[in-house]
Design a protein around this ligand. Structure first.
Ligand code: CMC
Length: 429
């Protein structure tokens, strides 16, 4: 990292802070000693200008609409790779050789079953529980079952925990779904690919044969690839913050799942599809566009806008292609929600408000339509996002634990509350 400096003049005193250069992307001003030097903090709600860590995993150029994992463009990974190859890349930093890939696939596949006792946990949930609530609880519970991979100071245990989570997440997600709809759990089938096995666990029933459609399995795999990692987003930062205290990886991923659930983050695909259903027909779009522009109306076009992308989300383009492939394969010609989506996209891309604010469709705009066509209810959408994002969370968590400069995360605040005052007894208040 080549260094230059940034000058800060404060109270008549000049100070210099080093400017760190990444391999690509904005430089950062290292203000780690600012408080020591000046007694002041920086103030940046929502971290819009703050780099919270150094990372070598994922790079996003939001202005260009570029997403790279370990340097490889998402388009190339989605076109040529499979999800487990991307998992290997995120975890180990390089694409696997053929032998490494076979070994990795084997290791993941051999961890797909859940401890049998865990299956009884599901029955503790109300059957109308949201599957995200179930998933959050089940992933947290993994730490109660796999004690032999919770010692974060042991690199071997860290990798075992990572593989276990990638392997077991589809099983937990599918079981949450089956419990939700009242069908028996389907055990993993290790001869199937990662995505095909997941579809099988979701849609097979014990009373008949179920063959996974390879086109749909490929689409599912691509959806997993598109969601695998996205640098320091809210849930990943949550995982890092939770992990910075030394918490075990299963607990950290449960924290990430909780954060992902929100409609401004992973819950947006569910919200986007609900919005398309609410709009209903193309003629009602202008009404919703007007509402989105109205500052007094809290309504936002779900699936539009992104903190980092001020251009077309590259994942949304691949997702749109996948949507058409899935609808084509299933012979769905007239999908009213797809009609509304296409027209909404067309109008928003030509509307001055959206152009000026650089609001483009994000990945969630199309993923909901695709997932619904694959047969998933909207309540499962964020669960699928969590399943795929687990590898990103765990790769970022590992990177943090292995960083010699890692410290517990402890943001500061601008306090605007009451100053010190004396307690008043309840009778005198
Ligand atoms: N519809 C209408 N106006 C919007 C939208 C939208 N979807 N998104 C942002 N704006 C406006 C916003 O009102 C604000 O206007 P003004 O400057 O007049 O106050 C301006 O654009 C900037 O918005 P912001 O809220 O300051 O931007 P942010 O970076 O804090 O928020 C976001 C990013 C993703 C939370 C937001 O765009 C949003 O709420 N989008 C809808 C939810 C969504 O689709 N989320 C999925 C994100 S992609 C998947 C993931 O990473 O989880």
């Amino acid at each position: 990292m080549a260094n230059s400096t940034a000058k800060l003049e404060l109270g008549g005193e000049n100070r210099e802070y080093e400017v760190l250069e990444g391999t690509v992307g904005p430089d950062v001003i290292n203000i780690a000693s600012l408080y020591r030097d000046t007694g002041m903090f920086t103030y940046d709600p929502g971290f819009t200008s703050t780099a919270s860590c150094e990372s070598q995993i994922t790079y996003i150029d939001g202005d260009e609409g570029t997403l790279l994992h370990r340097g490889y463009p998402i388009e190339q990974l989605a076109d040529h790779g499979d999800f487990l190859e991307v998992c290997y890349l995120l975890l180990y930093g390089e694409l696997p050789t053929k032998a490494q890939k076979e070994d990795f696939d084997y290791r993941v596949t051999r961890h797909t079953m859940l401890h049998e006792q865990m299956s009884r946990f599901f029955t503790g949930f109300r059957r109308d529980a949201h599957p995200m609530a179930v998933m959050c609880g089940m992933v947290g519970a993994l730490s109660a079952f796999y004690h032999d991979s919770t010692d974060i100071s042991d690199p071997h245990q860290r990798m075992v925990a990572s593989i276990r989570m990638i392997a077991k997440m589809p099983t937990i997600a599918a079981m949450a779904y089956k419990y939700h709809i009242g069908q028996p759990f389907i055990y993993p089938r290790n001869e199937l690919s990662y995505a095909a096995n997941f579809l099988h666990m979701c849609f097979a029933v014990p009373c008949e044969e179920y063959h996974v459609n390879p086109v749909l399995a490929r689409a599912m795999d691509r959806i997993f690839i598109l969601h695998a990692d996205h640098e320091q987003n809210a849930s990943t930062s949550t995982v890092r913050l939770a992990g910075s205290s030394g918490a075990n990886p299963f607990a950290c991923i449960a924290a990430g799942i909780a954060c992902l659930w929100g409609p401004a983050h992973g819950g947006a695909n569910e919200a986007a599809l609900n919005m398309l259903a609410e709009i209903g027909t193309v003629d009602r779009i202008p009404e919703y566009i007007d509402r989105a522009k109205d500052r007094d109306d809290p309504f936002r076009l779900m699936g539009f806008g992104h903190r980092v992308y001020k251009n077309y989300d590259p994942r949304a383009k691949i997702m749109q292609k996948t949507t058409h492939e899935v609808l084509g394969e299933l012979g769905i010609k007239d999908d009213p929600q797809l009609d509304v989506a296409l027209e909404l996209e067309r109008i928003a891309l030509t509307d001055e408000y959206f152009i000026e604010k650089k609001l483009y469709p994000n990945i969630d705009f199309y993923s909901g339509i695709t997932l619904r066509a694959l047969g998933f209810p909207t309540t499962m959408f964020t669960v699928l996002f969590a399943l795929a994002r687990t590898v990103g969370w765990i790769a970022q968590w590992k990177e943090m634990i292995e960083d010699p400069n890692q410290k517990i995360g402890r943001p500061r605040q601008l306090y605007t509350g009451a100053t010190q005052r004396d307690y008043v007894s309840i009778a005198n208040r």
